[in-house]
Design a protein around this ligand. Structure first.
Ligand code: ADP
Ligand code: AMP
Length: 208
């Protein structure tokens, strides 16, 4: 199964996508993580994308899709794949459609006010792990449970960038979801409950 996660920034996509990938033993690929890794390594793509990302805007569709395709080469996706952060608009969904058959779309619903609380407390590791100071703290303060590196607050967690990200999401999401709803692939998930309860709802709806 190839499964895509859609939801407002901060709705819990990455958190749930990683848990599902672990459960199914599928590769987990996040375009946001791929960009952050490029920025850390100061590659050409990273240098060009940094300002766009920090401002809360979307990187060009073609650039992002190329990065995704390159990123996928590192994994064996023959059994399945969990995708987080791509596609984010209809154009990207059409690009992906020609490349990979998507079997399910997990659409996580969360209000804007709750998203702000979540992003405000988010701590991220360059390895891709995500924490929350209150709702999902690491075992040792500010240290990643998975790889031991120091956690950071994302540059795009600033108020203006968050506003922009939410605006872009609101503008893009309906055509994107319509595209997948017409194919009967969308599973709607309530993102409000605690992490483990959201996981249970996703597993139930996927009949896992
Ligand atoms: P997204 O990938 O959609 O941007 P994340 O998975 O990074 O969202 O989650 C945003 C923040 O909210 C993180 O700090 C994460 O630990 C926290 N979080 C995720 N799901 C929940 C939940 N169900 N309840 C409380 N906090 C959550
Ligand atoms: P995320 O970690 O998914 O919140 O992504 C962080 C940022 O990376 C986004 O705000 C965009 O600037 C960029 N990005 C991630 N995925 C995409 C995408 N599919 N299309 C365009 N830009 C993206």
């Amino acid at each position: 199964m190839n499964i895509v996660f859609i939801g407002m920034p901060g709705s819990g996509k990455g958190t749930q996508a990683q848990k599902l990938a672990q459960k199914l033993n599928y590769p987990f690929v996040s375009t946001g993580d791929l960009f952050r890794s490029q920025i850390e390594k100061q590659t050409e793509i990273g240098k060009k994308a940094k300002q766009i990302i920090d401002g809360g805007n979307l990187v060009d569709d073609d650039v992002t899709f190329e990065l995704l395709k390159q990123g996928l080469k590192d994994f064996d996706i023959s059994r399945g794949l969990i995708l987080d952060g791509f596609p984010r608009n209809l154009n990207q969904a059409k690009m992906l459609d020609e490349y990979l058959k998507i079997d399910k779309v997990i659409n996580i619903n969360l209000s804007e006010s709750e998203v702000l609380t979540r992003i405000g407390g988010r701590r991220t590791c360059i390895c891709g792990a995500t924490y929350h100071i209150k709702f999902n703290p690491p075992k040792q303060k500010n240290i990643c449970d998975v790889c031991g590196k120091e956690l950071f607050i994302r540059e795009d967690a600033k108020e203006e960038a968050i506003k922009t990200r939410i605006e872009i999401y609101n503008k893009s999401v309906d055509p994107l979801l319509d595209f997948y709803r017409k194919k009967g692939l969308v599973l709607d998930i309530d993102g409000n409950p605690p992490i483990d309860e959201v996981t249970t709802e996703i597993n139930n709806k996927l009949s896992l």
